[in-house]
Design a binder for this molecule. Structure first.
Ligand code: AMP
Length: 280
């Protein structure tokens, strides 16, 4: 496994591999790897000749009051995990390589970036789309792997790839959860033991929605109301949003239908967690 810091070098390695007909699987991450990331890496390993994992904490996708500085960084451990998964290249450039001083461009996927998570995190998805489009140009992957955990992100990336004719296939892998149901996230370590306990209510609320749907309830307002009530039983939970939306356009839906998304973002203390469910 090789660690690549230079954009130029990564570009040369991947374009040569692609020319040689090798299939490249690419997994973009911000590091502090957990089983969720590893599920993407394993899919990439199964389906490709060469696996590239990027580890880059992207300053552009953090708001001024967000956790960029204290975001967990665990490069030695990440390297070990990648080596164990037989990753070929870890691409971990310094920020100055990705954003030189004269950097001026932004990628904005209009209409999908300013709602849901985007409304409480202004600029977040523009930062994501900008870095991901750069990474796609640097690592000329055949297939890139993303997690369903960040559902809105996957919708935005798919739209961007279509709109900009980026020659990469997008694969979205299921949410990997802790034993008690909490979706794995690098940010879970921010939770105090009490908040960690309370956070179980988030997957439980989605489970409740699923059970209600299975019993024939299709009214989004009812589902959202029941989820809200369950979550608010935890004194320290603060709901950012709960929404039922179309899986492609992210438009709110009055009735749930197969393939639509039920999304929730909830603060436990200062930590904002997200989770979601695709309706059957
Ligand atoms: P991050 O390092 O948080 O930017 O995440 C990198 C990739 O891992 C993104 O595509 C995430 O959606 C994905 N990911 C994060 N957590 C999970 C999880 N619990 N299950 C599946 N994929 C995940």
């Amino acid at each position: 496994m090789k660690i690549v810091r230079s954009v130029n070098r990564m570009f040369k390695i991947s374009s040569a591999a692609r020319r040689a007909g090798r299939r490249i699987g690419f997994v973009p991450t911000m590091g502090a790897l957990h089983q969720g990331h590893l599920s993407l890496i394993r899919a990439a390993r199964r389906e490709n000749d060469l696996v590239v994992v990027s580890i880059f904490v992207n300053p552009l996708q953090f708001g001024p009051k967000e956790d960029f500085k204290r975001y967990p960084r665990a490069f030695s451990r990440d390297k070990r995990l990648c080596r164990d998964e037989k990753v070929d290249f870890v691409f971990s450039p310094p920020a100055g390589q990705i954003y030189p001083e004269d950097f001026k461009t932004a990628v904005l996927v209009k209409g999908l970036s300013d709602l849901l998570c985007g409304s409480s995190r202004p600029g977040h998805f523009q930062g994501v789309a900008t870095v991901v489009s750069k990474l796609f140009n640097i690592v000329s992957a055949d297939t890139a792997y993303f997690g369903q955990k960040d559902a809105q992100q996957t919708v935005i990336i798919r739209q961007m790839v279509r709109d900009l004719n980026i020659p990469v296939k997008i694969r979205v892998m299921p949410i990997v959860r802790e034993k008690d149901g909490l979706a794995m996230s690098s940010r879970n370590i921010y939770l105090s033991p009490r908040e960690r306990q309370d956070a179980r209510v988030l997957p439980e609320a989605l489970k409740l929605a699923k059970a209600l749907m299975q019993s024939g309830q299709r009214d989004s307002r009812v589902l959202i109301g029941r989820m809200r009530k369950l979550i608010l039983r935890k004194k320290n939970a603060k709901i950012d949003y709960i929404a039922v939306v179309d899986g492609e356009t992210l438009r709110p839906l009055k009735k749930v239908s197969s393939g639509c998304l039920i999304l929730a973002a909830v603060f436990f203390g200062r930590t904002r967690l997200i989770d979601n469910l695709i309706a059957a």
